[in-house]
Ligand binder design. Structure first.
Ligand code: G3H
Length: 481
């Protein structure tokens, strides 16, 4: 509360996905509000970041690695002190279960600590001198400049920090725009940013993307764009930059991860992992399994067990014990998902499980849709919600051709218990996507492993180690012997 008017004068009211009964029926609960930056405030923040960077001569980019680490450690301590506030806001703002909101917070702290360790290691390795052909050289990692950082609503803290923290700790200065669904939860951390970093190093901007991001990109003064979101938006933003060849883009984008279940698979295991893979956090993960290919010989058994497993999932409010399915933060999502199911039905598929696709203001009950074909929206579109399209196949060519023709290339889950079949499939699969999961669901972590994608799914790689490299340049200080 305590609404403060800005120059642009607009105030955004935050609606939770958690609904309350009103005389008009179910309505999303108002949980707060914040003033929106307009173009003027966004450009003032950009100026602050530019001044703090000062063409690489600012206090932050010239600080020693040890000093920058000390600032981030101080920030982490203050962040931990705000854990309850942040976790509560994750739950209320995006409808993530309490248990998963706690996990998101803890994973973020672990990520920061792992980043600090990785940087110490990197610094140790690069602080020595090498002599080669009469040249003495010291290889360094130097910052890139001003970073525009935007995170996604599904991991508004954790995934945002997987870019924000490495960008920061490498000596860059930042403009940070939290996701529209997932802004309030950053509020408890603003004071810590102010107290732990020199002025202008972290500038948080709250505003409508379509009002403030365009002018920032068009200024040509953003050196690095980092976004976890859609490839369409990323391409639009890159095009706005007047010198796009000077812009580094570090992007985690769309995905349509497939599970492939052969007739040599353990069906119970495949069902268990595909339920987790497709429906954890209501399917709102870029790494979610978003289409399933099942061999025709085992399709009936798989569908029957999958439908039964959905029936066992607890559907409810995020604070309820053992809840698995929770309300969706994006107001358009229930209508969109129902339109996908209707489109599939119009092209010959049916919903296999009882109540599949039923929806109210912010809930959608999972729908298992079969048999999906290429005429349906669910075949190619990233549904990012609790609808699970399934296709039968007779030959392995079918799922492999799907991957080859896809615009995405993040991950695949392959289910088979046959070592010979497995061996023959690893190369064809890993040469199409960036991670093959054997007999388990798709996922991002552990965070020391590379996380990226081919085609429209990513630009750059985001592991703890890779991110430090992505947000810096390998530079050299050299002299003759
Ligand atoms: O939304 C994409 C996230 O990176 C998924 O992360 O696999 O750990 O849930 P996760």
């Amino acid at each position: 509360d305590g609404v403060m008017k800005t120059w642009s004068g607009e105030v955004h009211t935050v609606l939770s996905p958690i609904c309350i009964k009103t005389e008009n029926g179910l309505e999303r609960k108002v949980i707060g509000s914040y003033p929106l930056c307009g173009e003027e405030e966004a450009m003032a923040s950009l100026d602050a970041a530019i001044r703090a960077y000062n063409n690489g001569r600012g206090e932050w980019p010239t600080m020693s690695v040890a000093e920058r680490i000390a600032c981030v450690e101080k920030f982490t301590g203050k962040m931990i002190a705000k854990k309850q506030d942040v976790v509560k806001l994750i739950m209320w703002e995006i409808g993530k279960s309490w248990a998963d909101s706690v996990k998101e917070f803890d994973r973020t702290v672990e990520y920061i600590n792992a980043t600090i360790d990785a940087l110490k290691d990197l610094d140790r390795k690069s602080s020595g001198f090498a002599i080669e052909q009469g040249i003495i050289g010291q290889i360094r990692r130097s910052p890139l400049g001003v970073v525009l950082c935007m995170g996604p609503f599904n991991y508004p803290l954790n995934e945002t920090f997987t870019t924000l923290i490495p960008a920061l700790i490498m000596g860059n200065t930042l403009l940070f725009k939290p996701p529209k669904h997932g802004t309030l939860l950053h509020y408890p951390l603003l004071e810590a940013f102010r107290e732990c970093f020199p002025a202008g190093v972290v500038n948080t901007i709250y505003g409508r993307g379509n009002v403030i991001i365009g002018p920032l990109m068009e200024s040509g003064k953003i050196n690095v764009l980092t976004l976890i979101g859609s490839s369409k938006v990323a391409n639009q933003l890159k095009k706005m930059h007047p010198k796009v060849n000077r812009l580094r883009a570090i992007l985690g984008l769309d995905a349509k991860n497939a599970a492939i279940i052969t007739d040599k698979a353990d069906i119970d295991l495949a069902v268990k992992e595909c339920v987790l893979g497709s429906l954890s956090f209501n399917g709102q993960r870029c790494t979610a399994i978003k289409i399933i290919f099942v061999h025709r010989n085992v399709a009936d058994a798989f569908l029957e067990k999958f439908a039964a497993a959905i029936g066992q999932l607890k559907f409810g409010m995020p604070w309820e014990k053992d809840v698995f399915l929770t309300p969706l933060p994006e107001p358009h999502k229930p209508g969109y998902l129902q339109s996908c199911v209707a489109d599939a039905a119009a092209h010959g598929a049916r919903v296999i499980n009882a109540n599949g696709g039923a929806a109210n203001a912010s809930f959608v009950y999972p729908a298992l849709v079969y048999p999906v074909n290429e005429k349906m929206k669910l075949y190619r579109e990233e549904q990012f919600g609790p609808v699970v399209p399934v296709l039968p196949f007779d030959s392995m060519e079918t799922p492999i051709d799907y991957l080859i023709e896809s615009d995405h290339g993040q991950q695949v889950s392959l289910f088979t218990n046959d070592a010979v079949e497995l061996a023959s499939l690893i190369d064809p699969l890993v040469n199409q996507v960036s991670r093959v999961n054997i007999n388990c669901q798709c996922q991002r972590g552990p965070d020391i492993f590379p996380f990226t994608g081919r085609k429209d799914s990513a630009e750059a790689t985001l592991s703890v180690f890779d991110a430090l490299r992505a947000f810096s340049i390998r530079s050299l200080v050299a002299t003759k012997q």
